[in-house]
Design a protein around this ligand. Structure first.
Ligand code: ZN
Length: 280
């Protein structure tokens, strides 16, 4: 019997890390080179994926946004300035998202229905954001880390599985797995780089067939040539800064290993059409 395909909701959070650092623009711009590497990997495997794009990053690199659109990938929002939702009033958040939508639409994106909060900052306290997403026409969000975590606030009470929120938005929370006493979002960012390939593969194999593997990656996650500087959003912690640069060279090898376990990358929009057709 043929094994059913597992869905890997691989995604790129497209942001320029320099913008969060002190004097960040004095460092070499690296977004285009790194996005090109992801596009090459996606092309090679004949996948399309979802790009959650920060508006101010799109403004700096309009050509790469056009290329992403022309290659058929899904465009979604990741706010205008990459601030935590808790930093906004509801009115400010709405204005920010309108600006984020406008700049992406000006660059040619159509039918934007997806949103991801910076640093998974959609939590018990900021769930008012769903009302605004609904009002602006979004259908889904992938913004919740459903566990406690030293790096992000998290929303443990949300539950691990995707669901339709009371406000009618489909939330696709980040995939987590237990590692001893803690749960880790192993399928993206720092944890993906930190954990050994065998453990990532083991976790990926443990996913049930009807549960998508939700992964997030940044341009910098694969950038082995970026100059060293203190990144923003980590309280000037030298340890976290070390983690930000750790094991970037391992990402594509681990991604290929996930594919070996029967996963196929699809866009979030495509996943919705398979799993929620007509339900929102
Ligand atoms: Zn981000």
């Amino acid at each position: 019997m043929k094994t059913p395909v597992k869905h890997f909701l691989f995604s790129i959070d497209l942001e320029d890390v320099r913008l969060g650092a002190t004097n960040g623009l004095s460092y070499e711009p690296r977004v285009i080179q790194n996005v090109e590497k992801y596009l090459k990997w996606l092309n090679h495997n004949r996948f399309t994926c979802t790009f959650f794009i920060v508006g101010e990053t799109a403004a700096i690199y309009p050509s790469i946004i056009s290329e992403i659109i022309s290659e058929g990938h899904e465009i979604a929002c990741h706010t205008m300035h990459h601030k935590l939702i808790s930093c906004y009033t509801p009115a400010e958040f709405e204005k920010d998202l309108e600006d984020n939508l406008a700049i992406l639409q000006d660059l040619g994106a159509k039918d934007i229905i997806g949103f991801r909060a910076p640093s998974y900052s959609l939590t018990l306290q900021t769930q008012w954001a769903y009302d605004i997403l609904k009002r602006l026409g979004f259908l889904y969000s992938s913004s919740v880390l459903p566990t406690k975590n030293p790096l992000f606030t998290g929303w443990p009470q949300f539950g691990k599985s995707p669901k339709i929120t009371d406000q009618g938005i489909i939330e696709l929370p980040l995939t987590i797995r237990s590692l001893g006493l803690i749960s880790v979002p192993f399928s993206g960012g720092i944890y993906f780089r930190l954990l050994p390939k065998k453990l990532i593969g083991y976790f990926a194999r443990k996913q049930r067939h009807n549960e998508p593997l939700i992964g997030y990656f940044h341009p910098y996650d694969i950038d082995t040539e970026q100059e060293k500087f203190m990144q923003g959003g980590i309280n000037n912690s030298r340890f976290y800064n070390w983690l930000m640069y750790y094991n970037r060279g391992s990402v594509f090898d681990k991604l290929d290993a996930i594919l070996d376990y029967g996963y196929k990358v699809i866009t979030y929009k495509e996943y919705l059409s398979i799993e929620y057709n007509g339900r929102v």
